[in-house]
Design a protein around this ligand. Structure first.
Ligand SMILES: Cc1ncc(COP(=O)(O)O)c(C=O)c1O
Length: 457
């Protein structure tokens, strides 16, 4: 075993990993990357099939991003945002606020997705109290919601496997029905193979459920992952759900928190997923791709009225008492500015659209496999759901480790991604070539066949 693998096994405790399983195999130790490719200590090359857990936008070792960080490094790597401003964080704030548009006017920096949510949560909580909406503000979030792992963000989550253990530590948030069409109890019309299809049309029962919840209680805010719920298993919301729910949230007087930690920066086809339905939230949480996937940095954008609720005389203590040592970090902000520029190049937008078409075409071939229940895609996010029986949609039991085994088979063939239960996500970096995209899906197909059989529909 390579020395670095030995060191890892001896000392490192990995996130979301059963370490007993980890200790049984030699870990892949990555040492370099270029474009969509990564390379391990043995010189074996892999395609980065999930953009390094949904963070990387333009590829690894990108010359423009490298240069931006090197340039900033020659100035200063980090200074505190507590009482001090800095150049790249100010420039980045201007870019983001100008692009997002009204009414989002202010930006609060933090470190990662969880802290971006934590900031929105605390601001919305205090806003609801200060404006007299509620003395004990509560939040509404979706079934299957995942907003991060800090205690506040965990409290907003509704994935039992991740969140139940910590129940005693968390505050209570209410769970709203998620518009997960594949397992919709009301309407099984979408998406389908012909013989499993029913003809009943969607009546937006799921929206009705959210509307009645919003009427029952004065929530401080509702939190949503616009268009795609990532950790729920790349659950894609039907067109129109976000618009309808955002209107219901507005009508109820609650605020809307959009967690675009995964969906922002072109992932779903627009710079922000909410734009696809012309929805502008009261809080926009960004992280992951903000720095192109280079450095940990996050941002929570909010409105002038939320900001104003925290203004007062020093001794009134209306200050937003929250911050992190690395808030507004210069290297992160410099990378984010360079990434932002790359994202908006006209040829990059055209390329992403073309990638979407190739990915859609390739994914279509997976419907033929009996072990595939659903193939979901929005922009450059795909989720392939493996099932024990495609006709009844019976899921594989967790102990079958279907998703894990398929991803292990993919890694042996040189494509890296990480399963979410029985769902295999594919989120190619935007520099992925057509040939690489085709290879990603081919490897997924071969791996499903190897692990779960070649049964056809
Ligand atoms: C939608 C969403 N929100 C928040 C988070 C938490 O982000 P982080 O892991 O950077 O704390 C994630 C992470 O996957 C996410 O997908």
């Amino acid at each position: 075993m390579h020395k670095l693998a030995q060191l890892d096994r001896r000392y490192v405790w990995h996130p979301f990993t059963q370490m007993r399983d980890w200790e049984r195999a030699e870990p892949i130790v990555l040492v370099r990357g270029k474009g969509a490719m990564l390379e391990d200590t043995q010189g074996k090359k892999y395609l980065d099939g999930n953009a390094s857990i949904w963070t990387n936008l333009h590829g690894h070792n990108h010359p423009k991003l490298n240069r931006a960080i090197e340039r900033q490094l020659k100035q200063v790597a980090h200074t505190s945002a507590l009482g001090l401003a800095n150049e790249p964080a100010s420039l980045l704030a201007e870019q983001l606020v100008k692009t997002v548009g009204r009414p989002l006017r202010k930006i609060f920096y933090s470190d990662d997705g969880s802290t971006a949510l934590e900031v929105a949560l605390k601001m919305a909580f205090e806003f609801a109290r200060r404006t007299g909406r509620s003395r004990a503000p509560r939040f509404l979030s979706l079934d299957g919601a995942y907003h991060g792992d800090t205690i506040g963000a965990t409290s907003l989550g509704h994935i039992d496997l991740f969140h139940k253990t910590y129940g005693g530590l968390l505050f209570k948030s209410d769970k709203a029905m998620s518009p997960a069409c594949y397992r919709c109890p009301f309407n099984r019309a979408k998406p389908e193979r012909a013989d499993a299809r029913t003809t009943r049309k969607c009546q937006w029962e799921c929206v009705g459920k959210v509307e009645s919840q919003l009427k029952r209680r004065k929530y401080a805010a509702m939190v949503v992952e616009p268009r795609v719920q990532g950790a729920a298993g790349m659950v894609m919301h039907p067109e129109g759900w976000l618009k309808r729910v955002s209107q219901a949230v507005r009508a109820s007087g609650a605020l809307l928190i959009a967690d675009e930690v995964m969906t922002a920066f072109g992932r779903t086809g627009e710079v922000f997923a909410g734009r696809k339905e012309k929805v502008v939230p009261d809080f926009l949480c960004l992280a992951k791709g903000l720095t192109g996937g280079y450095l940990p940095m996050a941002a929570t954008l909010t409105t002038q009225s939320v900001y104003d609720a925290f203004l007062g005389e020093y001794e009134e203590f209306k200050t937003f008492f929250h911050g992190h040592s690395y808030t507004g970090n210069q290297l992160g902000a410099a990378a984010a500015l360079a990434s932002w520029e790359l994202l908006h190049q006209p040829k990059a937008k055209v390329r992403r659209k073309s990638m979407e078409r190739v990915l859609a075409r390739e994914l279509d071939s997976l419907w033929a496999l009996a072990a595939v229940g659903d193939v979901r895609r929005e922009g450059l996010v795909a989720g392939v759901e493996l099932v024990a029986d495609w006709k009844t949609r019976r899921a594989f039991a967790l102990k079958d480790r279907a998703g894990i085994r398929v991803c292990e088979a993919m890694a042996r063939r040189g494509v890296l991604t990480r399963p979410i239960g029985n769902v295999i996500p594919l989120l190619p970096p935007y520099c992925t070539t057509d040939a690489q995209l085709r290879r990603m899906v081919r490897v997924l197909r071969e791996s499903i066949t190897e692990v779960l059989g070649a049964g056809q529909v």
